[in-house]
Design a protein around this ligand. Structure first.
Ligand SMILES: Nc1ncnc2c1ncn2[C@@H]1O[C@H](COP(=O)(O)OP(=O)(O)O)[C@@H](O)[C@H]1O
Ligand SMILES: Nc1nc2c(ncn2[C@H]2C[C@H](O)[C@@H](COP(=O)(O)O)O2)c(=O)[nH]1
Length: 275
């Protein structure tokens, strides 16, 4: 049974909340959305376009640089002399069975931290606050960890412990990690491979089309076909805006404008049902 709307949201709905982004929303917490999509589909590129179109929104990029240079976070000030424990991204691609569990624990923690970040001063002053995350604790589990388990790179016991930890953390943090919806950037695995080669990240040199096909299927199953079993009530019916990004929009202002129009016309009133 769908949970009843919390009182404050029913009041907000009764007061006639605006239906889309860009229409003033009086006070209240930020809308929180995650951008999802395959490797090199264009999430960072899309995020930059979003940032130019909606400069008042708060964007959290995926912390790839942290995975490429793992450092202890105990010291507040990280200097160039802080010990570097290695390039975990490279390690997971070179020896997936050895490093997948370590990677997923670390990536999940870094995504959790990003989702727990407080609103910036600038966003607090915004009338219609929106927070955008590049991937989420949910793709960590329902795309990558699940795929690595199905490939045999996570053992049964590692997958069980990862899931247990993931469920525990998300239940503990409750609404603080909840998202209102997803923007799914969809492109063919072939297009992603082409962009991956164009970007030329050294760690990803050996990635084959087959891996991108597997990740594509995981995205489709979770966000489009909804056949992936998810374990969080608010996630089950979360709205998903599917954006086809096969077209090379990087140097095409008209295409960028069309994508931004689709984002700004998202019906935010539907989010209220899923909090
Ligand atoms: N729509 C697009 N049109 C043309 N090139 C793109 C597009 N999206 C991304 N690219 C290029 O593809 C590569 C990967 O894009 P990026 O945004 O880093 O992907 P992601 O963040 O999803 O891994 C980059 O070289 C980028 O310039
Ligand atoms: N094994 C995992 N790899 C992951 C995860 N999240 C991201 N990644 C990899 C994929 C790319 O090589 C790189 C950055 O991703 P982009 O799509 O932003 O280029 O990191 C994960 O959870 N597990």
């Amino acid at each position: 049974m769908r949970p009843l709307l919390p009182l404050r949201l029913r009041r907000a709905a009764a007061a006639g909340l605006p239906r889309c982004f860009g229409m003033a929303r009086r006070g209240g917490p930020a809308w929180r959305l995650s951008i999802e999509g395959n490797i090199a589909v264009g999430k960072s590129t899309f995020l930059r376009v979003l940032g130019k179109t909606f400069p008042e929104w708060q964007m959290a990029t995926e912390p790839v640089a942290k995975w490429q240079k793992v450092q202890a976070s105990s010291t507040r000030e990280q200097t160039s002399s802080s010990p570097n424990f290695g390039n975990l991204l490279q390690m997971v691609y070179q020896e997936p069975s050895r490093w997948s569990y370590t990677f997923q624990t670390y990536s999940c923690m870094s995504r959790l931290k990003a989702q727990l970040e407080p609103l910036s001063e600038k966003l607090l002053k915004t009338r219609d606050p929106v927070q955008i995350f590049e991937r989420s604790v949910y793709s960590d589990r329902y795309i990558f960890a699940k795929n690595l388990f199905e490939l045999g790179h996570l053992t049964e016991i590692e997958w069980t412990i990862y899931q247990d930890l993931h469920t525990f953390l998300l239940q503990e943090f409750g609404d603080r990690t909840a998202l209102h919806g997803f923007l799914y950037l969809q492109a063919t695995p072939e297009k992603c491979l082409e962009r991956l080669h164009r970007r030329g990240r050294p760690e990803e040199k050996a990635i084959q089309l087959e891996y991108l096909e597997q990740l594509h299927t995981q995205h489709e199953n979770w966000l489009v076909k909804k056949t992936t079993k998810v374990h969080f009530e608010n996630l089950r019916n979360a709205p998903v805006l599917v954006l086809n990004v096969n077209h090379d929009f990087e140097d095409d202002p008209a295409e960028q404008e069309e994508l931004m129009r689709k984002v700004s016309s998202v019906d935010t009133s539907s989010f209220l049902l899923f909090m």
